[in-house]
Design a protein around this ligand. Structure first.
Ligand code: 5GP
Ligand code: MN
Length: 345
């Protein structure tokens, strides 16, 4: 999958806007993951080489598990630096919106971005991109990560000489985490050409894997084990699985953000299970996380019933109409009708 003719004018425009900009703000979605933060920091490293003042601003704090990313300590979460963030966003001449398709995904940061006079650039790979509000929009839902798309955009702008080792580490991280270490959405040959180039720039992919995907606290291992032993429900007749972790249960294991990353994927290893749902208490709602295999559209399910969205095989949403029990009941009540979405192989 490549950048097409339709992107060329957008890329030219972007190149020109970058050349005229002095203050750039780069933003990514709430609860930044490896792709969101990797693309943001990767772009920051590239633009910094051009002498551009660049700030990575996130709606909330990025997870500790990504602290190995070069530039992590300079990330400015709105939740911590409200006044400073507001002033940076206000005086930016260019704002990048990376790895999200609509401003809703940056939560409380959205009104600041909207109010800023800066030009807005979306580079993203989620379905259904917003149709207005952006001066440049490069949206490719068929590309597995924003980092993979960003790499192509940087090369198409002729800025590849500025992909330093630091930038390469950040960009590789998103390519890896959004494909589960190249175990899904990962059949694009271009991806491996890009990786080969990033390796030439000095990254240690095995070390990045260990740091990003293979570090877990004891609490996290125990919480995940508990979830699978005691809380996993499998519905073979509906090809579905469900895991619910309440706030009390999470607290018992000293839950920290990211501790159950990947948990929702585990039930998909069971033959016959086509989609999996994980529910977790947030401050004032239930967070819904879903994964699927094949062409079962969890994004449709999340959009229609949980106010969310995402990708065909990885999506999420929020439930605001009651407690976790009620949310689980809703999920279960949808299972019979979801059978029609399952294609027999
Ligand atoms: P996760 O399950 O890792 O939180 O999210 C998986 C994917 O689902 C994300 O990359 C994002 O595309 C999508 N997603 C998760 N939560 C939400 C949400 O609340 N709203 C929307 N629109 N998408 C979400
Ligand atoms: Mn992504």
């Amino acid at each position: 999958m490549s950048i097409t003719d339709k992107d060329i004018p957008q890329i030219e425009k972007l190149k020109e806007l970058i050349s005229k900009s002095r203050n750039v703000v780069i933003t990514c979605h709430l609860s930044p993951d490896g792709d969101a933060l990797g693309s943001s920091l990767g772009l920051k490293h590239v633009l910094s080489c051009l002498g551009i003042e660049c700030r990575v601003i996130t709606p909330d704090c990025p997870p500790q598990s990504l602290s190995f990313l070069p530039g992590y300590n300079d990330v400015m979460p709105l939740s911590r630096y409200e006044t400073l963030v507001r002033s940076h966003v206000n005086r930016a001449d260019l704002i990048f919106c990376l790895d999200y398709n609509e401003l809703k995904r940056v939560d409380r940061l959205a009104p600041y971005i909207e109010a800023s006079p800066a030009r807005k650039i979306m580079i993203d790979h989620h379905l259904h991109p917003a149709t207005e509000g952006f001066d440049v929009q490069i949206s490719h839902p068929e590309i597995s990560s924003t980092c993979a798309l960003l790499y192509k955009v940087i090369c198409a702008m002729g800025l590849d000489e500025y992909i330093t080792k630091d930038a390469a580490e950040c960009i590789y991280t998103g390519m890896m985490t959004d494909t589960g270490n190249f175990s899904y959405n990962s059949n694009d040959p271009d991806l491996y050409l890009a990786i080969s180039d990033l390796l030439e720039r000095g990254i240690d992919k095995d070390q990045i894997y260990r740091q990003a995907m293979n570090v877990r606290s004891e609490n996290s291992i125990r919480l995940n084990s508990y979830a699978l032993l005691e809380k996993l429900e499998v519905f073979p007749e509906y090809h579905a699985a469900l895991i619910c972790i309440t706030r009390d249960e999470a607290n018992r294991f000293g839950y920290k953000k990211g501790d159950t990353e990947g948990l929702v994927n585990v039930p998909l290893s069971i033959p016959g299970v086509v989609y999996s749902c994980y529910l977790r208490d947030e401050e004032d709602y239930v967070k819904v996380s879903m994964r699927s295999v094949g062409d079962f559209p969890v994004n449709k399910l999340c959009k229609e019933h949980f106010g969310g969205g995402g990708h065909l095989n990885a999506a999420g949403g929020e439930f605001h109409d009651g407690d976790m029990h009620k949310c689980a009941e809703l999920f279960k009540s949808l299972m019979p009708e979801n059978l029609s979405l399952i294609t027999k192989e």
